[in-house]
Design a protein around this ligand. Sequence first.
Ligand SMILES: NC(=O)c1ccc[n+]([C@@H]2O[C@H](COP(=O)([O-])OP(=O)(O)OC[C@H]3O[C@@H](n4cnc5c(N)ncnc54)[C@H](OP(=O)(O)O)[C@@H]3O)[C@@H](O)[C@H]2O)c1
Length: 254
Amino acid sequence: MLTSLWRHIVYPPKSVSDTKLSEAFAGKWVVVTGATSGIGEALTHRLIGAKANLFLIARNEEKLKLLCDKARENGCEARYKAIDLRQREKLNAWCKTLEEELPRVSFLFCNAGKSIKRSISSSLDRMHDFDRTMDLNYRSVVALSLALMPSLREADGRIIYTSSVSSRYPFAPGWSAYHASKCAANAWCRTARREHKKLGVKVQVAYMPLVHTPMSDVNETYKNLPAYSADEGACILLKLAMSKKFRYKPWWAI
Ligand SMILES: NC(=O)c1ccc[n+]([C@@H]2O[C@H](COP(=O)([O-])OP(=O)(O)OC[C@H]3O[C@@H](n4cnc5c(N)ncnc54)[C@H](OP(=O)(O)O)[C@@H]3O)[C@@H](O)[C@H]2O)c1
């Protein structure tokens, strides 16, 4: 009873009507990174329901194929790219082809991400943790945004970045790699917002609170805390993408 009340206050339920989604997304090209799991997968299912045309990005090719098959069965156009977004050279080479591959993109959801919890004192020989987290959570956001900027401009499009509410708080110990990468991307998005007129593309940030997904549920403490479902996380991103706001943050976030 108390848990359910707490859940409703801290995580007020999120939903979005199918009609509104269809009006905003039907027939438009939408790129989703991290489409194979958690929030990105829920987002993909919602977009399939709205008859968006999808370009899905992640590493798990089998899952990407299944999602594209489902999208096509539902009358959407669908393509995918199986790529490890941390691999700079492969990503750079692919980015060069992107404008031709996708000449008009209305929405780019930069959602792929990885969290890592390890203290700095346990990371003395693990510089790769910092590099990899930065490459995925920050660098790939910038690389894809730059490569798709002309296509986004063509469609009066938007970039929606899945950040974390934890990046707005005094930083909890153990999360230095994650927080640094999320804050770098936040800073890039906030600057892009100030350059909106010149860019011709709107950039938005969702400071996401806890969402139950394979990523967060690895942590036993988080697994047992009240949180949003992956579908509610997707609704937060979709509502932001349909709004004029720059950011989503939970009501209780400073
Ligand atoms: N869950 C939360 O509580 C929470 C809170 C705040 C913010 N977020 C943010 O929300 C976003 C989605 O997270 P989630 O909770 O939905 O996690 P998730 O279930 O683990 O999904 C992560 C997605 O990112 C993709 N991905 C991971 N590493 C990749 C790589 N190297 N190259 C390409 N794609 C990669 C994964 O696909 P493959 O494995 O197929 O590559 C998967 O589709 C992340 O940016 C995360 O930081 C989550």
